[in-house]
Design a protein around this ligand. Structure first.
Ligand code: AOF
Ligand code: ZN
Length: 354
């Protein structure tokens, strides 16, 4: 296998913990012996658990003299919840370390590399770096821009309708598309909807797959209109509310006040607050109006579009009212696509990112 292929293997290993590691990054590691033969693999499973390099190296009894380690993120060099990975790499007699990308965490940011080099290890930084950045896009945004990754999920008809003229939106897409929606929830730290969706659909906003990480419901509720008996209060993690209502703590709910801007509650302020609470990825679901106001902010990093081969000719259109000139209209690039039963699935990414 080539060096790039070993690094790609690290990404595959790391991705197994998708949804479980936040606020930590997704990291995988591969260990080769002096002859280039695979001796061990590992990955980081979540906060407090071994980092990828330690997970892989602890599976090897004894040293790996002149061995090689591949890891998609710079090894850490300080004590956090676990000991520094640079220590075990040095102790095990490793000679070469291939690092996918530097860790923007200020405690590392090149210091991990320096520590290894001072110990006489050959270190190469930057291998399939774009792919490494994409896997950890949420971690990187949080560290570098102090905001979570924002994914907008939309289920629509061919003509972009998210409900019919009577407001009915329940069965736009089929079973397979809905299952993908559940998977998306499992991969994000929080799910965000507007109060309109809570009142209209009374959703549970939880993950209904087995052995999947929980998701934090976040409700944008300017006037605190969420009903006391809404299902989100009981279906999983305690919801977090953002409001501009004066009497924010009247119900004993978890409510924070944010300022208003031209689109309603300041989405920027909500994102900054979520990031400070270790929410590094947000799935925005539900509500044609929330889709419009969030697109307006230009802060959508990913778009997950599920389109049913149905035509309504009436009903709400997502993003309606934005009225962008054509020059500003193409903000996204298609990254992945598939047909799920009868529905079209597109994963798009903002051109501004990765
Ligand atoms: C690595 N390999 O697998 C991970 C790294 O306090 P802790 O132990 O949870 O450490 C968290 C920090 O360690 C995190 O912010 C990031 O800088 C680094 N994570 N580093 O070499 C890993 N998970
Ligand atoms: Zn580490």
């Amino acid at each position: 296998m080539s060096n790039s292929e070993w690094m790609r293997r690290c990404l595959v290993l790391a991705a197994q913990a998708q949804g479980w590691t936040s606020p930590n990054p997704l990291v995988g590691a591969v260990v080769l012996d002096a002859n280039g033969k695979l001796v061990s693999e590992g990955f980081h499973k979540g906060p407090g658990q071994w980092h990828a390099e330690r997970d892989a190296l602890l599976k090897v009894s004894g040293a790996v003299p002149n061995g090689t380690v591949f890891v998609n993120l710079e090894p850490c060099c300080v004590w956090g919840r676990t000991p520094p990975c640079t220590d075990i790499i040095i102790e095990k007699g490793i000679r070469n370390v291939y690092v996918g990308m530097l860790d923007p965490d200020p405690r590392m940011a090149g210091k991990g590399i320096k520590r290894l080099e001072e110990a006489g290890i050959n270190v190469q930084v930057g291998l399939i770096e774009e792919e490494c950045r994409t896997l950890n896009a949420a971690y990187l945004l949080a560290r570098e821009q102090k905001r979570p990754l924002v994914t907008l999920k939309v289920a629509s008809t061919l003509d972009g309708r998210v409900c019919d003229t009577s407001g009915h939106s329940k069965w736009i897409t089929g079973e397979a598309a809905r299952a993908s929606g559940q998977r998306l929830r499992a991969e994000h730290d929080a799910i965000l909807v507007g109060v309109g969706t809570v009142i209209k659909d009374d959703p549970q906003l939880n993950v209904r797959l087995e052995n999947e990480p929980p998701i934090r419901p976040v409700i944008l509720d300017t006037h605190l209109r969420t009903p006391q008996d809404a299902k989100i209060h009981t279906s999983g993690l305690k919801p977090w509310f953002y409001t501009h209502h004066a009497n924010a703590n009247g119900h004993g709910w978890d409510v924070r006040t944010v300022p208003l801007d031209s689109t309603g509650l300041s989405f920027q302020a909500v994102l900054a607050d979520l990031c400070s609470r270790d929410v590094y990825s947000v799935l925005v679901e539900g509500g044609a109006s929330i889709a419009s106001s969030i697109l307006q902010t230009g802060l959508v990093d990913r778009l997950e579009l599920f389109m049913a081969p149905k035509f309504l000719g009436g009903g709400l259109i997502w993003g309606d009212g934005l009225k962008l000139p054509l020059a500003l209209a193409s903000q996204f690039e298609i990254r992945e696509h598939a047909i799920l039963d009868q529905d079209i699935w597109l994963r798009l990414e903002s051109k501004k990112h990765v």
